[in-house]
Design a protein around this ligand. Sequence first.
Ligand code: 3H9
Length: 683
Amino acid sequence: MAVVAVEHRHGVAVLWMQRAPVNALGADLRAELSLALSRANDDPTVLGVVFASALSAFSAGADIKEFGKPPTSPTLRDLIEQMDASAKPLVAAVGGIALGGGFEIALACDARVVTPAANLGLPEVKIGLLPGAGGTQRLPRLIEPAKALAFIATGSPVAGEVAVPDGLADRLADPDCLIDAAVNEVKQFASHPRRKLAMAKTNADSRSAFEQAATTLLKRQPDEPQIEAIVDCVRATYDQTFEDGMKLEREHFTRLMADNRSKSLRYAFFAERSVGQLPATTMAQAETVKSVGIIGGGTMGSGIAMAFASAGIPVVLIETDPDAAQRAVDRIAANYTHSVNRGSISEEMRARNVGMIAPAVDYRELGNVDLVIEAAFEEMEIKREIFGKLVASTKPTAILATNTSYLSVDDIAAASGASGRVIGMHFFSPANIMKLVEVVRGAETSADAVATVLKAARGLGKVPVVVGNCHGFVGNRILARRSEQVDRLLLEGATPEQVDLALTKFGSKLGPCAMGDLAGLDISWRMRRATGRSAPVADALVEAGRLGQKSRKGYYLYGEDGRTPSVDPEALALIESVSRSRGIERRVIPQEEIIDRMILPMINEGARILEEGIADSAKDIDVIWLHGYGFPRWRGGPMFYGQTRGLFDVVARLKALAEATGDVSMRPTSLLESLAASGEAFS
Ligand code: 3H9
């Protein structure tokens, strides 16, 4: 089927783009647009051209799947040059998203007619690029360069109603008469020669506002090469011709495209969209969850309740006694009030959401719910008892989920006598905000239950990833390897500050010690005790009453506000004494080694998880770490980082570290070894 349909309306050629789902500007769409434009220019009966879409999206921009492959003619730039050379006027009729190259097509037109549902943006910055089809040169010639800079550097789109007063579009039209309005616009232009793009504004105020905005931006995002390139290109609109500016934009675009950061960000974009997929026939079995029960109104239970209530799904929130249940609802109401005060939801929405949550103590209140999520204490006996009660009090089709973060879903399911409908839904704190949900498939969990839970999680706007059952599942199992190394590094001579600095240097927002203090060191201590594990440094801190921010001391000392860390000589002395008691001679550990010892064992564990079939693909592992643990997005995730660095190098370094430290856990897995030997990637 053609991806462009041409209609002649009142002497104007309307080019209807129809490349599902989002009119990404792939080779076929570019070729057909180019041909239709040539024909319109050659046809003496045609006054001009309207670019329109038969889909709800105008266009999502260049087809990102083509990036990195040899270019096919006409390229997007060729098409836009052809538009520039058109003798006849061109108008864009935008009724939905016009992003990246899609908006650049609209910018290359003589005018843009939009509906209120239009959404115009240049989001290339989010995939490590800049607009590469003229956006950096046209927009600053259309609106103030300082504003254009902010628009391109944030990548956030604006709605049609805002776009017109902001100067990004020319006319607002009703959706029913969008095309007629655009056709009329073409007729307005038909008698005039097409305008040529000149230099940008030259007045001193404009330039100084731009320079100020550029300085702030570069200071705020110093490590993002695309920001520097965007500034460079927008600045060029002041003192270079349009043609020279286009050349500069092209150079930056080509360079950024080859940069590992952009490759990683593009990988993350597609990885997010590939996770949590089951065969279409299985997904067709998914039921719609219309009501839920939640067991436990603590931090996790309340957050999960909020996630459902905010999506308009009624919740029965079970606590052990009426006071506890009411306290949980009060806490939730207070959280929503906070959102109202911040302006993120309206008062009406707050009232609606709170009204969605019914506190209860009697499990019989769960008789009609479609899904129950247990978020009680992390103790197997408690969970087994709850699941026994749940089977007796819910309808036979209700799905029973546990929010455990490391206990065996199969052991919990065994107590229920209804294993087919027991599943894990591991939310991350705060559960109303964090997008990740590990969907844990037990040995006997039915495919329908998995499909229903995936559908429900997506309905909440979450990113669900299906994982197998094992201690800590995927995310926490990999985290455990990193935590072990952190403890070893501290024992061998590193300080908490050096460890944290190393991880922030790698790209994380927070180092592991600061993160541990924030979460509370007692949480992992309790988990280690329950599972017979130890971490000499972290255990010693907790046993000395250093629980983290909540006790104003942990790896660091916290001041009056309880949040600002400072180096604590007492903590360092304690760490040194643990090293001494174990006969370890402390040494200065280079930053590079600290980074490798934290990151490479994660890749190794990820490979082990793949070997065991606990995760289906490296992408699943990466998405879990991007969305649940703040792994730097521009690294793609631990597995993609390993691949970018080279698995051969990863294996060699792991072997060397295992040898040098005597830590056999760092020996590479057989999967890593074989991939490194064959030069293959995880995919
Ligand atoms: C650019 O334009 C560069 C130019 O400046 C210069 C060039 C020289 N390409 O997200 P969804 C797919 S860079 C290819 O699930 P939604 C997506 O993978 C581009 N495919 O739906 C998915 O496929 P599948 C600048 C794309 O409604 C399907 O479409 N543009 C593209 O939640 C549906 O997507 C951007 O950065 C694409 N450009 O969100 C926009 N876009 O069904 C990136 C989407 O097989 N895209 N797909 O999984 C988005 O932000 C969102 O996808 C969008 C729709 C808002 C469009």
